[in-house]
Design a protein around this ligand. Structure first.
Ligand SMILES: Nc1ncnc2c1ncn2[C@@H]1O[C@H](COP(=O)(O)OP(=O)(O)OP(=O)(O)O)[C@@H](O)[C@H]1O
Ligand code: SF4
Ligand SMILES: [Mg+2]
Length: 344
């Protein structure tokens, strides 16, 4: 039998402090006419670039349908990008074979929006937490039991004996989300992707769960990507905020620079529409911002925000897509208003 030749994996030379690098990522879903004929693509992620640093939390915000979940699922290896790179340990993970993919999955934990939907209802907590260990080759029963109890303690489901043989429906929403978090870190993952982790929980437990995530990030030196609609919760543990609009990042900066010194007209509208950065008001979610998000099948030419933007420059914004300008150190804006402020 001919020897299978291993595919060469593209390698990179990232700075030491970068744990994950997303480079010009594009994820398009094909639309079918009558179930088979090609009818175009939903360009859900269309040219996204950012670095996630070691022990850093970033928040990705943007209105419904802008591509946040698609971006995360692609990072988790659930969708294959049409273009671009996801770089981990200086390698493009899209070129990994099955066993390399399994290893990569063991490095990244996923916390979904709906905890009940994320865990098998017919499994006890012990089984739920045992599964990733067994799938990753840990067979020793004592070791498995020790690690399950340790992680349950870390997410404050204690005493473990009170919970370990329960089924998910016997827990509150907050406790279910703690189990999802426990599962996302039981393999000592380096990165946690949390997609709207508290939006389905009661306001009273949201802060608790966010504080738990923040504590785990600090004690385990995790890097976190936190996706949310709700800017009021971002400050709990994020260092930077990335604002996403129609498949692209339009502004990236440190949290306070986004909240107090934002530049992009869309960020402006998003912040105006968001409730006070106060957890008590987190439920008062208003539809954001005025106007409809554009079609991702036929996105507007030029800047994708131009049809809603009060500052649109005719002949420029509706013709050419703005590149990313660094307007202040580590503050990036994709908007033609800042072309003369570029520090590059
Ligand atoms: N599997 C899929 N097939 C086809 N289109 C998809 C698929 N998944 C997402 N989309 C489309 O891609 C776009 C982005 O969806 P996505 O779920 O990533 O947005 P989102 O920002 O997470 O929204 P929300 O805030 O509502 O969760 C939407 O237009 C959505 O309909
Ligand atoms: S590039 Fe033009 S249309 Fe787009 S946000 Fe800036 S001013 Fe508005
Ligand atoms: Mg989503």
């Amino acid at each position: 039998m001919a020897k299978k030749i291993k595919k060469e994996i593209k390698t990179f030379n990232l700075p030491e402090d970068v744990v994950l690098s997303i480079q010009d990522l594009r994820v398009w879903f094909e639309l079918k006419k009558f179930g088979f004929g090609h009818a175009g693509y939903v360009k859900a992620v269309d040219g996204v670039t950012f670095d996630l640093h070691k022990q850093e939390a970033i928040a990705i915000v943007g209105e419904s349908g802008c591509g946040k979940t698609t971006l995360m699922k692609t990072i988790l290896g659930l969708y294959v990008p049409v273009e671009g790179y996801i770089v981990y340990h200086n390698e493009d993970i899209n070129e990994y074979d099955k066993s390399q993919q399994r290893w990569f999955h063991s490095q990244i934990g996923y916390v979904q929006q709906d905890p009940f939907g994320a865990i098998a209802p017919f499994m006890t907590l012990r089984k739920i937490l045992e599964e990733p260990l067994v799938c990753n080759g840990i067979k020793d029963k004592e070791e498995i039991d020790r690690r399950i109890r340790k992680v349950m303690e870390e997410v404050s489901l204690t005493p473990a004996d009170d919970f370990i043989n329960k089924y998910p429906h016997m827990l509150s929403g907050g406790q279910q989300q703690r189990i999802v978090i426990a599962r996302a870190m039981i393999l000592q993952q380096k990165v946690i992707v949390a997609d709207e982790p508290v939006s389905m929980l009661d306001a009273s437990v949201r802060v608790e769960v966010l504080k738990l995530l923040e504590g785990l990030k600090e004690t385990h030196g995790l890097s976190v990507i936190y996706i949310t609609h709700d800017l009021s919760t971002v400050r709990y543990f994020s260092e930077r905020i990335f604002v996403m609009y129609a498949g692209r990042m339009v502004e990236k900066a440190k949290v306070n620079d986004i909240i107090y010194n934002h530049k992009h007209p869309y960020t402006d509208a998003l912040l105006l529409a968001t409730s006070e950065p106060d957890a008590e008001n987190a439920k008062i979610y208003k539809e954001i911002p005025e106007g409809e998000p554009p079609s991702l099948v036929h996105p507007p030419k030029g800047c994708r925000y131009h049809v809603r933007c009060p500052k649109m420059i005719d002949g420029l914004c509706n013709v050419e897509n703005p590149p990313e300008f660094e307007v202040e150190p580590e503050h990036y804006v994709s908007c033609w208003l800042y072309k003369d402020d570029n520090k590059n």
